[in-house]
Ligand binder design. Structure first.
Ligand code: RTP
Ligand code: MG
Length: 139
């Protein structure tokens, strides 16, 4: 059975451009309940750890630099079928391919600066949530 929680981050460029509120609104209107939320900044080393699965990809260095360039907002979100439904709500990685109305179609600037992260599996949602939040920070 599909899990009911996913993990998301609002990426530094979207935070810097004052889009936290607009993005949270789309998350809530999309049927997601905010279980946990914090604004923080990753070091390049922490970003490297978070995105370790991509360490062999050509964009890894650029990705770690971009994700540590300023504050992010980390979130645990709840909804039935959360992982798949949230990836639908955010749209394709490349905003040029993102469906109209999706978060990335509205707020992404490029394939790298694509506004939000969304976990790609229940297992990774649990790992990524634990990277940012303790068990006492989930309501
Ligand atoms: P995310 O993990 O952030 O939710 O994004 P995703 O699943 O849609 O994409 P993924 O393949 O996991 O890539 C992770 C992030 O790396 C950056 N990226 N840049 N320049 C490029 O070709 C490229 N490709 C990916 C994006 O920030 C992407 O979200
Ligand atoms: Mg991904």
């Amino acid at each position: 059975m599909a899990g009911n929680r996913t993990f998301s981050m609002i990426k530094p460029h979207a935070v810097a451009d004052n889009h936290i509120g607009g993005i949270l609104k789309l998350m809530e209107e999309g049927g997601f309940r905010i279980v946990a939320m914090k604004k923080t900044q990753l070091s390049a080393q922490q970003a490297g750890k978070f995105y370790e699965v991509h360490s062999e990809r050509p964009f890894y260095g650029e990705l770690c630099e971009m994700m540590s360039a300023g504050p992010i907002v980390a979130l645990i979100l709840e909804k039935e079928n959360a992982v798949a439904d949230f990836r639908k709500l955010i749209g394709a990685t490349d905003p040029a391919e993102a469906e109209p109305g999706t978060i990335r179609s509205i707020y992404a600037k490029s394939k790298g600066e694509n506004a939000v992260h969304g976990s790609d599996s229940d297992e990774n949602a649990a790992i990524e949530s634990a990277f940012f939040f303790s068990g006492f920070e989930r309501y």
